[in-house]
Structure formats: structure tokens, C-alpha cells
Design a binder for this molecule. Structure first.
Ligand code: ADP
Ligand code: MG
Length: 323
């Protein structure tokens, strides 16, 4: 299993600073130029440092998010070098775009509706679409991300029937997105998740949330989303059945504890573009263990080889590597 990291925008010989520690932990990796791929449409520059082989190699990309269209370009161009990314473009989109996976997670996630780009974004059309929520509070995001750090102005809407609040929040959200939602607008019933404080910088309410990494549908690592103390792990059993239905070889599932409905799924994501915990408290060893484990589990399950790594079920500060 090869790992592909993004190069630094400042020096294309180096791995992007945000992934430097992961690169340090990976024994074999190559780099791609994200800017050339995503902003300059220059795929040959982007893949300049990827060696070409006849023999197919399986790879994981660890880098910045990109649209499903870009991912498809990336995926197919890599195939010319003998590299197959762990997730096909369809699988990437399945976890990256909320409406694609909502039917699968529906039973364990807050009720949601969406309006896709190109459809009517008038306030009248939005208010009509929000009718199923009654006067319940809701939150807004697009197919990929929210503006959670602008919680009161661009995410939380105290009543789905309050037209002026809806209008203000949608406007502000779109403004922060540079005028364009990715995919479209998603409105979700607000659920009271267990509060654990507020974000030190943005003041957004923090909730008891964990990120679980799944490789070949098995949970391999889990960590608390917010660095706010030690909490008991969520019941993985509750999410195992749904994980089997997710069409992806490598994905994340964010789960949070609600005050009335127990543990729920907040969102899925493609694990290739998912963040790892990197506050000052996390040690290098955390990432080393995660990557080594990912690599070994992946290689083992691809080759059907026996795992004899000794990297099983260990707890590090923050991240738990599951056996
Ligand atoms: N339906 C909801 N009800 C209450 N809070 C929510 C809901 N959905 C998300 N949140 C809160 O908002 C945060 C951001 O939402 P999320 O869907 O994870 O967007 P992002 O992709 O930007 O992280 C979550 O971490 C959670 O704290
Ligand atoms: Mg999230």
C-alpha cells in the first residue's frame, strides 16, 4: 500500500506542512501537487513525481479535499501510472456528498433535506422545503461542510419557520462559501448533543463527538473530535451494521451522543481527506501508529496475509487503535 501526500505550496519538494508528520510515519510515499491538480488543471505537473510501473499498486491519498469531478480526474490519471486509489470515484462521492449516503445512515442520523445547486434557492422555495421540520430548530451545511465556526450567523437556525432567520443564515453561509455551496444546501433537524464546552477561538458549541476510521468496513481507529478531556468510547456495535452498507473501502464516520436518542451519526467522509487529531498534545507516535496500522491492515486484507505487527488495540493519548 502506497501513500500519496500533497506537496507544500511553498516548496514542491516537501510534503505539505499539515501532512509532514504523517509522511514521516509512512515508510513509502510519493507526492502530488494539489494546486496543479485542482486549481491549474495541469494533471501532468500534478503527478510529475509518481513513478510508472506495469505492476498495479494500491494507494491511499492523504491530503486536501477535492470535488468528486477532480477526484475522478485524479483517479483515472493515476491509473496510467499503475496506481489504483483505494476508493473509486463513485465510492469517494458516496461518502463525500451527504445526500449520497443519507439513505444508508438515515435510521441513525437527524432528519435532513437538501436543495441541489441549480434548483430554486429563493426564500419561498427554501421555506417550502423546510415544512417537514415544522418550527423545530435546524442546522445548515452544504453537501460537504458546514460553517460551524460561524455557528449563530451561518449554521444554526432557531426555528425552521422563521423566514428572516433562515434567509439571514443562508445568505451568510453562501457569502462565507464565496457565493457557492458545494453540491447544494442541506438542512438538518437540530438534535441536542451532549455539550462539552465551547470552541476556544470561534465560540461554537462543542459536543461529545468521535471520529471512527473504517478500513474495509472494519473500525480501525477512533478519536475524540474535540480535545476536551477523556470520554468513554461510543458503542461501536451500534454502527457496525450501517458500516457494512457504506460503499467505500476507507471512510470515516463521525458519531455524537445525543441527549435523548443515544449515539447518532453526524456525517460520513472519505478517510483519504479526513483530518487526524493534531493538537499540540498529540504525539508523533499517534500518527505513526495510525498509519502503520492502516498500512498493515490494508496490506494484510489485500494480500490475505497474516498480520503479525504487534500494533493491536493500543491506547495512545487521544487516539485508540482498534484490533
Ligand atoms: N443535526 C445536528 N444537530 C445539532 N448539532 C449538529 C447537527 N449536525 C451537526 N451538528 C454540530 O455541528 C458540527 C458541524 O456539523 P458537521 O455536519 O460535522 O459539519 P462539518 O462537515 O463542517 O464538520 C458537528 O460537529 C456538530 O457539533
Ligand atoms: Mg464534522
Amino acid at each position: 500500500m502506497e501513500i500519496l501526500f500533497c506537496t507544500s505550496p511553498l516548496n514542491s519538494k516537501n510534503v505539505d506542512n499539515d501532512y509532514a508528520r504523517e509522511a514521516q510515519a509512512a515508510s513509502a510515499y510519493f507526492t502530488i501537487n494539489y494546486d496543479a491538480l485542482v486549481n491549474e488543471n495541469d494533471i501532468s505537473s500534478a503527478l510529475r513525481r509518481i513513478p510508472k510501473t506495469e505492476k498495479p499498486r494500491l494507494a491511499i491519498y492523504r491530503g486536501w479535499m477535492m470535488t468528486p469531478e477532480k477526484y475522478a480526474t485524479f483517479y483515472h490519471a493515476l491509473a496510467n501510472f499503475g496506481v489504483t486509489l483505494i476508493n473509486t470515484p463513485k465510492q469517494y462521492q458516496h461518502c463525500h456528498y451527504f445526500p449520497e449516503n443519507y439513505p444508508i445512515i438515515q435510521e441513525l442520523t437527524p432528519k435532513s433535506i437538501w436543495i441541489k445547486n441549480g434548483d430554486n434557492f429563493s426564500i419561498k422555495a427554501i421555506m417550502k422545503a423546510l415544512e417537514p421540520f415544522g418550527s423545530h430548530p435546524i442546522i445548515l451545511k452544504d453537501y460537504v461542510k458546514s460553517q460551524k465556526h460561524y455557528w449563530n450567523e451561518a449554521c444554526f437556525i432557531r426555528s425552521a419557520t422563521n423566514q428572516s432567520a433562515v434567509s439571514k443564515v443562508v445568505q451568510r453561509f453562501l457569502e462565507l462559501q464565496g457565493g457557492q455551496a458545494e453540491g447544494g444546501l442541506v438542512f438538518r433537524e437540530y438534535v441536542a448533543f451532549e455539550p462539552i464546552g465551547t470552541h476556544w477561538k470561534s465560540g461554537m458549541p462543542l459536543t461529545l463527538e468521535f471520529r471512527i476510521f473504517f478500513l474495509h468496513k472494519k473500525p480501525i481507529a477512533i478519536y475524540p473530535y474535540w480535545d476536551k478531556g477523556k470520554y468513554p468510547l461510543p458503542p461501536l456495535e451500534r454502527f457496525r451494521k450501517i458500516a457494512q452498507r457504506v460503499d467505500s473501502h476507507f471512510f470515516t464516520m463521525d458519531v455524537a451522543k445525543s441527549q435523548y436518542f443515544g449515539w447518532l451519526i453526524v456525517e460520513l467522509g472519505d478517510a483519504q481527506v479526513a483530518g487526524l487529531p493534531f493538537s499540540d498534545l498529540w504525539t508523533n507516535i499517534t500518527t505513526v501508529r495510525f498509519l502503520l496500522h492502516t498500512k498493515l491492515v490494508a496490506t494484510a486484507s489485500c494480500n490475505r496475509a497474516v498480520l503479525s505487527t504487534g500494533v493491536n488495540s493500543r491506547e495512545t493519548p487521544g487516539i485508540t487503535i482498534l484490533s
